[in-house]
Design a protein around this ligand. Structure first.
Ligand code: ATP
Ligand code: MG
Length: 333
């Protein structure tokens, strides 16, 4: 049996449809009309112990709704799920002690209190003994470099710092499963990297099973080999990340700042010139030629700065949905 098993999971939200105008509002008091939103529509997948899987999809695809069901925050309309042998929406105490949900958009710490106080509260809630608590706090604060801000009210710390504190709170009881819903959203690149490294290390060292959503390709590339793509509540792809990158992200963007700019026709030899405003240029280069092209550019011209950018996830998925996708790791030719 897999550590996470999801079968035909569905969630239909009933959304109250407001009638226009005053009369409509009065009518609405007696006869409410609802629209159905199929947020999650028959989703099935399995995740093995220790896997770190990216759960991707455009806005409104059903990612958060799925994670909420797996965390037992909301009831499904249909289907089944077991996580660590538990049915999440039975909300057993024993299950609660073994997983964590972190939402980048939501605050789980007490806003007006120092993070330390929230940590102590979690210590009580989860029944963590003194010794384990001390050990974990030390390890996590070192890992995330946040020692100085523990005694500051949470509302005073920066967004990146707050996210690190949220992660500590989520990891204090040493969960076996982590649901991370956009843990790096809105953070600066340095904070994103720290969070990523912490997640990677936690997965590596403790064998924690992780299901993570993100809109940043960098997170996905560095953390996950397997991706599950959801669109309109349905799974469109479940397989290797490389499988979709090779098919649907054929290019990368090279950003170059020259000391002395070459002509546009020279740049054209490397790929499609997307932007050329000397001394900077952006060239779209085939994935397989990126290293070669960078080396040649550096060799031939006086380059001040060169960086390689991954195609945004949104674009990869748009490409994917344009070609109609086959499920379970196979991609169309
Ligand atoms: N509480 C709710 N009541 C009604 N509809 C909802 C509710 N929560 C979500 N929805 C709808 O369900 C669909 C899926 O939403 P969900 O939050 O799961 O998407 P998501 O994949 O997490 O998107 P994003 O990338 O923007 O976070 C959307 O159409 C959304 O509007
Ligand atoms: Mg979401």
């Amino acid at each position: 049996m897999s550590l996470i098993e999801v079968k035909n999971l569905s969630k239909i939200y009933q959304v109250y449809r407001k009638q226009p105008g005053f009369l409509g509002a009065v009518k609405g008091l007696f006869h409410r009309e609802y629209n159905e939103v199929r947020a999650v529509d028959g989703v099935s997948f399995e995740i093995e112990k220790g896997e770190m899987v990216a759960f991707l999809g455009p806005n409104g695809a059903g990612k958060t709704t799925t994670l909420k069901m797996l965390s037992g925050l909301i009831y499904p309309t249909g289907g089944t799920a077991t996580v660590l042998g538990h049915n999440p929406w039975q909300r057993e105490d024993e299950y609660r002690r073994r997983f964590s949900l972190v939402m980048g958009q939501k605050n789980q710490l007490w806003w007006d209190l120092p993070a330390e106080e929230s940590f102590l509260l979690n210590k009580e809630i989860y029944g963590i003994d003194d010794e384990s608590y001390q050990g974990r706090i030390e390890e996590l604060t070192r890992l995330l470099q946040v020692t100085e801000i523990l005694s500051q009210p949470v509302r005073e710390v920066s967004l990146g710092e707050r996210m690190k504190l949220e992660l500590i709170a989520a990891l204090l009881h040493s969960p076996d499963v982590l649901f991370l819903d956009e843990p790096t959203i809105g953070l600066d690149v340095i904070a994103q990297r720290t969070i990523r490294e912490c997640i990677a290390r936690y997965n590596r060292e403790k064998g924690v099973t992780i299901l993570l959503t993100s809109h940043y390709m960098r997170d996905v590339e560095e953390l996950c080999r397997r991706v599950i793509v959801i669109n309109h509540g349905k799974i469109e792809y479940d397989g290797n990340l490389t499988g979709i990158l090779e098919k649907f992200a054929r290019h990368k963007l090279l950003h170059i700042r020259f000391r002395k700019s070459p002509t546009e026709s020279e740049l054209n030899k490397f790929g499609r010139v997307v932007k050329n405003v000397p001394p900077t240029a952006t060239i779209e280069v085939a994935r397989s030629r990126v290293l070669d092209a960078s080396a040649q550019l550096l060799q031939k011209y006086e380059v001040e700065d060169l960086s390689i950018e991954e195609v945004p996830i949104e674009e990869v998925m748009a490409n994917m949905f344009e070609h109609k996708e086959l499920k379970n790791g196979s991609t169309p030719d």
